[in-house]
Design a protein around this ligand. Structure first.
Ligand SMILES: Nc1nc2c([nH]c(=O)n2[C@H]2C[C@H](O)[C@@H](COP(=O)(O)OP(=O)(O)OP(=O)(O)O)O2)c(=O)[nH]1
Length: 166
């Protein structure tokens, strides 16, 4: 079955474009009992589309790379860390006016090294609801998946539209 597609306003009718594969890391802290806590968001660098928007770190696959290999390379290049096991988690396609992407979200619980913002981005360890704004459209579904896993009710991020009462 095809994965869900999110169409961002302005991208209607562009769904025939071939998606670009992107590996994305959801780095999560866990306590001794294995309970998941804070997760890492980074802001998009000034020279990229959606500059300043918050997202989970990652980037496009290069030719011949697997999702895990691309994620390992991107997080080393962008954040200076070396990640441990990569656990495939969720997949979604997003149609933006600038591109159609297939996002491969992977959970990562282990990493080594000091975080260095090598592209002058910012980082923020967050819980739900996410306080940093604005959040990239393709990041919003991930916050919902985390909310469902954690039994979090209410908005997932500070700039989400007001909830419509049932
Ligand atoms: N890293 C990341 N990208 C996301 C998320 N959600 C989402 O829609 N995207 C989109 C934004 C971009 O169109 C695409 C990632 O491309 P990018 O331009 O950041 O990747 P890159 O570092 O390989 O970029 P470059 O080499 O082309 O400069 O995926 C997310 O949570 N994390």
């Amino acid at each position: 079955m095809a994965e869900p597609t999110l169409v961002v306003p302005g991208a209607e009718g562009l769904a025939t474009r071939r998606p670009v594969d992107v590996a994305v890391g959801v780095l999560i802290e866990r306590d001794a009992a294995g309970v998941e806590g804070r997760f890492l968001l980074t802001s998009r660098p000034a020279d990229k589309v959606y500059a300043g928007y918050w997202e989970f770190p990652g980037g496009k696959l290069e030719a011949g790379e697997t999702v895990g290999e691309a994620l390992r390379r991107e997080l080393h290049e962008e954040l200076g860390i070396t990640i441990g096991a990569v656990q495939p988690w969720q997949q979604i396609e997003v149609d933006y006016p600038h591109a159609r992407v297939r996002l491969h979200f992977c959970k990562v619980y282990a990493w080594q090294g000091e975080f260095e913002m090598r592209e002058q981005q910012s980082m923020a360890w967050q819980t739900l609801p996410v306080a940093v704004v604005p959040v990239l459209p393709g990041t919003v579904p991930v916050l919902r998946w985390l909310a469902d896993e954690r039994g979090h009710v209410g908005p997932t991020h500070a700039d989400s539209p007001a909830e419509v009462p049932a």
